[in-house]
Design a protein around this ligand. Structure first.
Ligand SMILES: O=C(O)C(=O)C[C@]1(C(=O)O)C=C[C@@H](O)C=C1
Length: 362
């Protein structure tokens, strides 16, 4: 046989390999569907009787050149592989928030502001809305710095019940009033499902806080809204838990979800929490949702906020959240970590100087 003939035969084998692979994949997919049905019906996945029937039929059909034992062994392996796919299917279920189900970056577009998939944005504001003057002063500073979104807590889940709990809806109204005056978007944390509808009049982005990341009723209610949601990573949440929490919202039809890393609890005491920078590229790789980083709650210290913000942007973050207050020493919450307005302007300049962020010019 000539070399050319061998090449032709090998070419034909390559074609048959591709066809076999296609057929095996189709077979495995059908097996997956049967597996799902069995699981729901509470039936065992392994069915030796059915396997024996199939093997006996194939043995009877076989006309060589493979001998019967080989046919039985090969198909036995195929059934084993199908069973394996059936067993692993739930763990490998593609989440709606995963890149595997949606390749392109999700872009949350609110008015002229786009979050995700392009220019990073800054979100800034006081930890808590305290007064009309306070929030108005911050809004003016944000406008000057080209920051499009103002944050401000009105419903504050505080560690101690004796600490300032926020101004509630009055706080949301003040936030909205200041934002409207300076053409900014608003973001604020909501903690009660029943408050979502009313809060939606005042906030452009609903924040679900770290302590509520696995408040499943709140996640479901936010999923029933058609408003952007910023979901904070829980204090001790794994990536898997974080993405599943986001899935609760997206699976109810609200695809406008953004994730925010805010530091996790570790043994380290020099920072308030430990900023998990690796969360940024991991989440960007595994999910199509925009990823932000809160440099205030993660570090809890002003002196490293700008470098951490730059690190987050370099790692691929779509935005940075930072707290600022006209008079941090007198703030009713998080007094130590809020930048004053001068420090905030400096922070923006510093982050901008990295070339990783451009302020929006109005
Ligand atoms: O027919 C089924 O019940 C299947 O689950 C499919 C299948 C197969 O690959 O053909 C897989 C595993 C069972 O042990 C038997 C058969």
């Amino acid at each position: 046989m000539s070399h050319m003939q061998i090449e032709q035969l090998r070419g034909r084998l390559d074609e048959l390999n591709s066809q076999l692979l296609e057929l095996l994949s189709e077979r495995a997919e059908i097996g997956q569907q049967i597996g799902e049905w069995k699981r729901n019906a509470g039936l065992p996945l392994h069915d030796p009787v059915r396997e024996k029937e199939m093997l006996d039929r194939l043995a009877a059909q076989n006309s060589g050149p493979l001998d019967e034992a080989t046919v039985r062994r090969l198909f036995g392996d195929i059934f084993k592989a199908t069973l394996q796919v059936q067993i692993e299917a739930p763990a490998k279920r593609k989440l709606l928030v995963s890149r595997a189900s949606h390749r392109e970056d999700t872009v949350v577009q609110i008015g002229d502001t786009a979050i995700g998939g392009g220019e990073p944005v800054l979100v800034a504001g006081p930890c808590s809305v305290e007064s009309r003057e306070q929030v108005r002063e911050v809004a003016a500073a944000l406008k000057r710095a080209g920051v499009p979104v103002i944050r401000g807590g009105a419903f504050k889940p505080r560690t101690s019940p004796y600490d300032f709990q926020g101004l509630g809806f009055e706080g949301l109204k003040l936030l909205k009033e200041a934002a409207d005056e300076f053409g900014l978007l608003t973001i604020s944390e909501i903690v009660t499902p029943a408050h979502l509808e009313e809060a939606a009049q005042y906030v452009d982005i609903i924040q679900i806080g770290a302590r509520n990341m696995q408040n499943f009723e709140l996640l479901k209610a936010a999923g029933d809204m058609r408003k952007p949601v910023l979901l904070k990573r829980g204090l001790a949440a794994t990536m898997d838990e974080f993405l599943h929490a986001a899935e609760y919202i997206v699976s109810r039809g609200n695809s406008q979800v953004m994730l925010i890393e805010r530091g996790i609890r570790t043994y380290e005491k020099w920072t308030r929490n430990t900023l998990d920078i690796s969360a940024v590229p991991l989440l960007k790789r595994e999910s199509h949702l925009p990823v932000l980083v809160d440099v205030s709650h993660s570090t809890g210290r002003k002196d490293i906020m700008a470098p951490c913000a730059k690190a987050a942007l370099a790692a691929g973050a779509d935005g940075i959240m930072v707290e600022t207050h006209p008079n941090p020493a007198a703030a009713l919450s998080d007094a130590d970590q809020q930048l004053d307005l001068g420090e905030f302007a400096e922070f923006v300049r510093d982050v901008q100087s990295s070339g990783l962020y451009r302020a929006i010019k109005s």
